[in-house]
Design a protein around this ligand. Structure first.
Ligand code: AKG
Ligand code: FE2
Length: 210
């Protein structure tokens, strides 16, 4: 049985607002020119945003060919390419705040939003880097807003047998992978057999990066 996601009982405002970034962002340099930024509790009204996205986004199940077999992708997906209206005004505000903070360093804006819905602990994303587009050959950034049930995001370098780093992404947290992270490291959200409620992640990326 999967417990329903229980939001914070203390948050009763139905207005959703991303908070400031600035000095609240904590950067951790990783090996090989990669880094991650963390900004816990970025979204005010995260419960409301989670519910709105859960109900408003046209979530799609996908099937992908893996070698000889076609398998269900273990999560539901939605993708908003640049110029497509985002499914919630709070995501427009989030994008604006991200771009004010990161565009000078990134050299271009974040433009697309990929959304994943992990229905329970059986949903996951396998080890990968976002290596379509600029991320394959150059430094880039991928900004992830996490909502709902906390899930660990694991990171490991492609070269070397280092134990994975583990970041428990909580309700309303922001994690940004930057520098060479997409080509020199991999990330994953592992499956878990523990009772786990739903999680939504919103990934903001520059043009062409997937
Ligand atoms: O759900 C997440 O936080 C990560 C998703 C991801 O890595 C991807 O969609 O490329
Ligand atoms: Fe990814």
């Amino acid at each position: 049985m999967t417990p329903p996601f229980q939001g914070s009982l203390l948050t009763c405002d139905d207005e959703v607002h991303p908070g400031p970034l600035g000095a609240l962002v904590r950067r951790t340099p990783l090996a090989h020119g990669a880094w991650i930024d963390l900004r816990p509790g970025w979204i005010g009204g995260a419960d409301t945003l989670f519910q709105r996205l859960l109900h408003r986004v046209p979530w799609r199940a996908e099937r992908r060919r893996m070698y000889e077999r076609v398998i269900d992708v273990p999560r539901l997906l939605a993708f908003y390419d640049e110029h497509a209206p985002l499914p919630d005004p709070a995501l427009d505000e989030a994008l604006r705040i991200l771009n004010d903070h990161y565009a000078p360093e990134l050299g271009e804006p974040f433009r697309t939003a990929g959304l994943c819905l992990y229905r329970d602990g059986r949903d996951s994303v396998a080890w990968h880097g976002d290596t379509i587009g600029r991320g394959r050959t150059e430094d880039t950034m991928v900004a992830i807003l996490s909502l709902g049930t906390p899930r660990p995001l694991l990171l490991r370098p492609r070269i070397g047998a280092t134990a994975p780093l583990r970041h428990n992404l909580g309700h309303g947290d922001l994690l940004v992978m930057g520098g060479s992270c997409q080509r020199t490291w991999e990330h994953a959200i592992p499956k878990t057999t523990r009772p786990t409620g739903p999680r939504i992640s919103v990934q903001f990326r520059p043009r062409g990066v997937r």
